[in-house]
Design a protein around this ligand. Structure first.
Ligand SMILES: Cc1ncc(COP(=O)(O)O)c(C=O)c1O
Length: 387
């Protein structure tokens, strides 16, 4: 399912890349091929390369082409979750690999690295990559890659993808970027020099909080082949229905991201001026310590905001009790606004001393700003923060 849209702009590729009207009946939308297996004309002969849906499925293939086009990659390889995609991206580095990871990554990524993958023969070092030279002292002969999440989750620190990629390549290391928070609409790590990109499609790509999925994207053929082999062999694949939903979602990714970012900018500004709020982190605020980098490497600032309320855990719990539009829930990137307490929820698996080191304060709350009317969102936070 090749599209002729390679040179078109993001919004056009989002709707057309990987998709074309069905050649047999003209259906405009790629059908949901809810099938596990495919009839073969003769033993070992496949129609259009399909024999079994773990190996390949037409709905998944259309989505993989679509996502690759949006991220500017030649290969998109989908998995049953963001964690499964992360796992495959690291496994593909080979046995015995050492990986240097940004310290403030998603708690589940840190758990996967330090409590699952480090029990095999792999090893991980966590360091603060705000300084693009910080990783150099940790490079060992077996170091294979840098793992970057930018902005980080939940403190919204940034890593300079271009600067780090240049230094990493001098050392013969790959750079893999978890681009979940920005989506391919606001940040394209491959264009900045990274070698591979991972997304939890559960977030902005899916966008409606109704699916769990991940993807690895790269233009490195040899690395892609290894990731594809893991997709087939380990089998952590998304079902056709989730692929169909994700393919429907990418069509509106651009308009959703614009609204997420516009709402988040207004909410961040409101919070910054509120007396009950000690600190606000949003890459689009001039007060963000890396605002200049944000402007350089991202084309918009996304929908994620972190705030620290005065009064610690008790005050944070009061806000969580009072919000009416913001839903208390993990995850992010859906059309509906969510609020969570990383210390008790998404990052509870991170040891308390590491949380303290990373600045994950007891009064820290994370907002995923949705696409509701911004005035309603601000009014909701205003009443929740009132003394
Ligand atoms: C930045 C980031 N990466 C990866 C993941 C893992 O994705 P999934 O939950 O789809 O496995 C998450 C989940 O919250 C995330 O926020």
């Amino acid at each position: 399912m090749k599209s002729k849209t390679g040179e078109h702009r993001f919004e056009t590729r989002a709707i057309h890349a990987g998709q074309r009207p069905d050649p047999t009946n003209g259906a405009v939308v790629v059908p949901l091929y809810q099938t596990s297996t495919f009839a073969q004309p003769a033993p070992g002969v496949m129609r259009d390369g399909y024999d079994y849906s773990r190996a390949d499925n037409p709905t998944r293939r259309a989505l993989e082409h679509n996502l690759a086009s949006l991220e500017g990659a030649t290969h998109g390889i989908c998995f049953g979750s963001g964690c499964a995609a992360t796992s495959a991206a690291v496994q593909a580095l080979g046995a015995g690999a050492h990986v240097i990871s940004f310290d403030d990554v998603y708690g589940g990524t840190r758990r996967l690295f330090s409590r699952v993958m480090a029990h095999d023969d792999r090893s991980f070092t966590f360091c603060d990559l705000v300084d693009p030279d910080a990783f150099l002292e940790h490079v060992r002969p077996e170091t294979k890659a840098l793992w970057i999440e930018t902005p980080t989750n939940p403190t919204l620190k940034l890593a300079d993808i271009a600067a780090i990629s240049a230094r990493a390549h001098e050392k013969g290391l790959r750079v893999i970027v978890d681009n979940t928070f920005m989506s391919p609409y606001f940040q394209n790590p491959l264009a900045l020099g990274a070698d591979a990109v991972v997304h939890s499609c559960t977030k902005y790509i899916g966008g409606h909080s109704d699916l769990v999925m991940g993807v690895v994207m790269t233009s490195d053929d040899a690395y892609a082949e290894k990731v594809r082999f893991l997709q087939l062999s380990v089998g952590a694949v998304p079902g056709p229905m989730d692929c169909w939903l994700a393919l429907r979602s990418t069509k509106t990714l651009a308009v959703r991201m614009e609204r997420h970012a516009a709402n988040a900018a207004a909410v961040a500004e409101f919070l910054e001026g509120h007396p009950a709020v000690k600190a606000v982190a949003y890459p689009g605020l001039p007060s963000h310590p890396q605002y200049a980098l944000a402007q350089r490497q991202m084309s918009g600032f996304g929908g994620m905001i972190t705030l620290v309320v005065d009064g610690g855990l008790e005050a944070a719990r009061r806000v969580l009790d009072r919000v009416q539009i913001f839903t208390l829930a993990e995850s992010l990137g859906g059309v509906e606004s969510l609020i969570e307490h990383p210390g008790l929820m998404t990052h509870a698996s991170v040891p308390p001393e590491v949380r303290a080191e990373l600045g994950i304060d007891d009064g820290l709350l994370r907002l995923s700003v949705g696409i509701e009317h911004v005035d309603d969102l601000i009014a909701d936070l205003k009443q929740a923060l009132a003394g």
